[in-house]
Structure formats: structure tokens, C-alpha cells
Design a protein around this ligand. Structure first.
Ligand code: NCD
Length: 335
């Protein structure tokens, strides 16, 4: 059993480099199951309560898929309106009840701090799938796992990385959590590109400088930026006081092949937590990048399954039993 067993995963501040290495090693070992070379039933009989009180496609489905790939079953609750929270029930009560029906819970909610509040009432481990503009720890881990893998192709490590983060750094929880995780590494160069009003929160800027990393803040893409990773984000319109306010920033930071060529190196890896806003007025990551081999967005989504499988296995204490419950895959598969 590891230090993960039986514990909640609420924030990236729970992780050190040793814990990250453990998650990544277990995630690597999940690849044959995710690629359908083998299957495992190690979580046969276990139930995941997948509670998403805010819109989600890939996070919700990849949590569910990861649990299914380990042999477990998934119960879904989606949308506030479909739950007793709409009748005024507290997060504590909902947690007491639903934790009686599940072995583990993954949860997303629009309010910052809500998942921790929920976890206080839960009798089973709770994994934070995003709490308002606050944190998104599993996304940060899958982003970091992707960064590590992408850099390996270029014979580089996370230590010494130069990352450019672009767009809505104020409300974007993925860049908050990823920045905090990167602070655990050495000599990171952060270039943060956003309008002043959408700047990275001060507590994260402080964490970056306190950890001795280099920080460059600017309002626009500048010259050739020499970044290893370009991490584009979506304007988080649902967190703005009004739609008009959000519209002011829509389309300000488009990235297409010609802008990429102008500002980045030919090997700069392009990442985005997705969804990318592809409406013409936003078009933040143009389809003309789809054939660019450095576009890592769909490798991120595939890696998300591996990392979430690892977190489930570790939290439920079965990380060393997975292959013992292995079976052959008997259906056609071309993964
Ligand atoms: C992000 C989120 O929900 O914070 N998406 C995700 O989980 N993959 C980013 C976003 O919605 O823009």
C-alpha cells in the first residue's frame, strides 16, 4: 500500500516529486490495458460515483473509462439540476449519502473549495475533478505526464523547462494547478501571456518566484519565444461576471500555423486542456494546426486515462495487483 491508499486527492499541494514519480510509473504500467492489449478485472465489484455538477466531456468520461478499464462500475450524476443539491441539500449531506453507495468518488463543482467541503462528509476517497477557478489536480498531473513524455522525444527533462502559458490565466484552473506542480521542479522558466485583467493570481506568481523560478509576464506574444511548451487556454466565460465581459477577450489569443511559426520554435509542443473554442469569433487553436506533429492535445486526452487509472489504483491500494487479474482481449481492436 502507498501513501495514496484511502486518501482524497483534492489539490496538487499534496504532491511531492516522489509521489509524482510513483503516479507516473503506475500510469506507464496502465498502457497495455488502455491500448486493449490486455484487460484487467482488478476492480471488479468496485463502484465509482462520478459526480459532475459542471459541464464536462473528457474529464468525466475519462474518469469513467479509467475505472471501467480496471474492471469497476461507474454511477453517473451530472448537472446540479438533477441532484438534491438543487433542493438545498448541503454538500456534506450529499457526500454522506453518496459515499455509502460508492467505493470512491470523482467530483466537479463550480464553487472553489466545494470538493474539499464535500470530502469532509465523505466516507470514501474523493478525487477533485475541478472546483471552480481553484484547482484541477488530475488535469495538472496528466499535463505534466504529457510534458515529460513530449520532452523525452527531444532529449529534455522537466527540469530546465521553458513554458509559455497563454490566455485566461485568472480563471483557468488547469494553469493554476500545473504551475504549482511545476514549482516542484528545477529552473523552470514561466512566460505568462494574458491581458492584465486575466493575469495569473498573485499567490501563484509568489509561489513561482519563492521557488526561485524565472517569471516573465507580458500581454502579447513576443518575437521568437524559445519556449519548449506553448500551453494555450480557453477564455473561461462561465466564470466571468457577464457574457459581455467575456466577449471582450474572445479571439484575443488565436494560435494558428502562421502565428506558431512566427513565435515558436519548430519543436515547441502545443498543449491545451480542451475544449478549444473553435467558434469563428474565438478560434483559439486553429484546425490548420491539426497536422502539426507538435500538437499534443489528443495525446493529452489519451494520457488522461493512464493517469486517472493510476490514481484509482493507488487510492484503492491495488497498484501491485493489476496484472494478477489480467485477461486476454478477445474482440477486434486496432488501438
Ligand atoms: C478544463 C477545465 O474544465 O478546467 N478542461 C478540462 O478539464 N479538460 C479547461 C476548460 O474548460 O477550458
Amino acid at each position: 500500500m502507498s501513501s495514496f491508499t484511502g486518501n482524497h486527492i483534492l489539490s496538487v499541494t499534496q504532491f511531492n516529486r516522489e509521489a509524482i514519480d510513483l503516479v507516473f510509473n503506475v500510469a506507464e504500467s496502465m498502457e497495455p490495458y488502455a491500448k486493449r492489449k490486455k484487460r484487467t478485472t482488478v476492480l471488479d465489484g468496485a463502484i465509482l460515483g462520478n459526480l459532475f455538477f459542471e459541464p464536462s466531456t473528457r474529464t468525466r468520461v475519462s474518469f469513467g473509462t479509467a475505472f471501467n478499464l480496471l474492471g469497476g462500475e461507474v454511477r453517473e450524476t451530472t448537472g446540479m439540476a438533477n441532484s438534491a443539491l438543487a433542493k438545498g441539500e448541503s454538500l456534506y449531506d450529499t457526500a454522506r449519502v453518496l459515499s455509502g453507495y460508492s467505493d470512491i468518488i470523482a467530483m466537479r463543482h463550480p464553487a472553489a473549495g466545494s470538493v474539499s467541503e464535500f470530502a469532509e462528509g465523505s466516507r470514501v476517497p474523493v478525487i477533485n475533478g475541478g472546483d471552480g477557478a481553484n484547482e484541477h489536480p488530475t488535469q495538472a498531473l496528466l499535463d505534466l505526464f504529457t510534458i515529460k513524455r513530449e520532452l523525452q522525444y527531444n532529449n529534455k527533462t522537466i527540469d530546465g523547462l521553458h513554458i509559455a502559458m497563454i490566455g485566461d490565466l485568472r480563471y483557468g484552473r488547469t494553469v493554476h494547478s500545473l504551475s504549482k506542480l511545476l514549482c516542484l521542479f528545477k529552473n523552470i522558466r514561466f512566460t505568462l501571456i494574458s491581458p492584465k485583467e486575466l493575469a495569473m493570481p498573485q499567490n501563484i506568481l509568489d509561489a513561482i518566484t519563492d521557488a526561485g523560478h524565472s517569471l516573465h509576464i507580458t500581454e502579447q506574444l513576443e518575437g521568437n519565444m524559445d519556449a519548449d511548451i506553448c500551453y494555450q487556454t480557453r477564455i473561461q466565460e462561465e466564470r466571468f461576471p457577464s457574457q459581455d465581459e467575456a466577449n471582450k477577450y474572445r479571439g484575443k489569443f488565436r494560435l494558428n500555423q502562421s502565428i506558431y511559426t512566427r513565435h515558436f520554435q519548430s519543436k515547441t509542443v502545443i498543449m491545451h486542456p480542451l475544449p478549444r473554442d473553435s467558434r469563428t469569433e474565438a478560434n483559439e487553436l486553429d484546425n490548420d494546426l491539426n497536422l502539426n506533429p507538435n500538437l499534443a492535445i489528443f495525446r493529452q486526452t489519451d494520457n488522461g486515462v493512464l493517469v486517472r487509472m493510476a490514481l484509482f489504483a493507488l487510492t484503492l491500494g491495488v497498484e501491485n495487483l493489476v496484472s494478477q487479474y489480467e485477461r486476454d482481449v478477445v474482440w477486434y481492436t486496432n488501438k
